[in-house]
Design a protein around this ligand. Structure first.
Ligand SMILES: [Zn+2]
Length: 399
């Protein structure tokens, strides 16, 4: 048994947490050790472990070799195609492992990563990340989305269509795609739903990642009644519609059971380049979606690559950006990277209470809001009831 001792819950209440196997068995103000391995959580908050529901670990940390001086999405895609796609699998694997370790050390015990495949790269990046998934099984749940290059439709899409099916046959967990970038977005969406159904996997699509209000392909996705667990990532254009239109689309997504992942890092970085007066933030219609009952998760997306020059692979950073850019409360923002993220990924719910899976993050702070604001590096991460990461920090003030 393991006892997380001396910490606080999200609301600031003092609490110890006892873990047996992969379950939380007891939570109380102060529990007596009964031969447990005691983990000192003094000065820390014990939270349900966050997840990373939308990453690109195959590209992480490449900004230095593939810069994007224009800072926009088309040039980021070009940097991937021209510089990153030809990299050998061993290089992709090393970078992906670093990114996954950063995410885990920051508390994410489950990660979903999209992995590009296309004519420029073949299947090498996917092979690397699938290998990493096997190597990391004891540490973190890694879900892999095969993301085929555009176009998918027409004669020019033959290679990407073949690579998508091959990637799913190799064991990718979800079918990805970006219909808004295809010359035939409707045909592309229908094709992707068909492929997902045939392979028995959910979809996670890059959806309407543009500030063009006429790009609302997510509505077509909803009408197709895609497989359970389907996710629409980004939905940027939805965020600039009038409120009544947002409400109408949000109701359609709720009805279809489609979850939405907001991605504040890349939206803030890539969208509205060149708009110097009151630039839109580029986030989806978070409040309208929540009000309609849609599951809204939040992810970190890209980390120090052509799509986002900064970022630290930390769900606390994502949650803080949801507070700042989407005006969620700290509790709502934690729900987006925690419970909603887990629901989006099809994982069992976690609460810091007896009977729930021991997926926990202990992080510096007096309560949740304090921990989010500080985002201290000193953390302890519990996955399947076992401490899988511990980060210590020495702070010296030298008069
Ligand atoms: Zn993405």
């Amino acid at each position: 048994m393991t006892l997380l001792a001396g910490g606080h819950l999200a609301d600031g209440t003092a609490a110890d947490i006892r873990i047996h196997g992969d379950q939380i068995t007891e939570v109380g103000p102060r529990l007596e050790p009964r031969g447990d391995e005691v983990v000192d959580c003094t000065g820390m908050v014990v939270l349900d472990a966050p997840v990373e529901p939308h990453a690109h670990i195959d590209k992480a940390g490449t900004f230095g070799i593939a810069p994007n001086p224009a800072g926009d999405l088309p040039n980021a895609v070009a940097a991937w195609r021209d510089v990153l796609a030809p990299r050998p699998a061993a290089e992709v694997l090393a970078g992906a492992r670093r990114a996954l370790e950063d995410l885990l050390a920051h508390g994410a015990t489950a990660v979903r990563s999209h992995v590009n495949v296309g004519a420029a790269s073949g299947l090498a990046p996917l092979e690397a990340v699938l290998e990493l998934r096997e190597q990391s099984r004891a540490l973190v749940d890694l879900q892999v989305v095969v993301l085929p290059s555009s176009p998918l439709t027409g004669p020019a899409g033959a290679t990407s269509r073949a690579l998508l099916k091959e990637g799913l046959a190799m064991g990718a967990d979800l079918c990805g795609g970006a219909p808004y970038t295809d010359p035939d977005p409707i045909g592309c969406t229908e094709y992707l739903v068909d492929v997902a159904v045939r392979h028995g996997v959910p979809l996670d699509l890059h959806t309407d990642e543009v500030l063009d209000p006429s790009s609302l392909h997510v509505r077509h996705l909803a009408r197709l009644r895609p497989p359970a667990g389907t996710t629409a990532s980004h939905c940027v254009s939805l965020g600039i519609l009038p409120v009544t239109a947002q409400e109408a689309v949000a109701a359609e997504l709720a009805e279809a059971g489609i979850a939405v992942i907001a991605l504040p890092h890349t939206n803030l970085y890539l969208q509205a380049r060149g708009v110097t007066s009151a630039p839109p933030r580029g986030l989806t219609a978070v409040r309208a979606l929540l009000d309609a009952g849609v599951t809204v998760a939040a992810g970190g997306d890209n980390v120090r690559d052509p799509f986002n020059a900064v970022g630290r692979a930390d769900p606390l950073e994502t949650a803080a950006l949801m507070v700042l850019a989407a005006h969620l409360t700290p509790a709502e923002a934690w729900h987006a990277v925690g419970a909603a993220g887990r629901a989006t990924m099809g994982l069992a719910p976690v609460r810091v209470a007896a009977g729930f899976p021991a997926e926990l993050l202990c992080v510096e702070g007096d309560d949740l809001a304090d921990a989010l604001g500080r985002a201290g590096e000193r953390r302890t991460v519990v996955h399947h009831g076992r401490v899988v990461a511990r980060v210590s920090v020495e702070r010296c003030l030298l008069p």
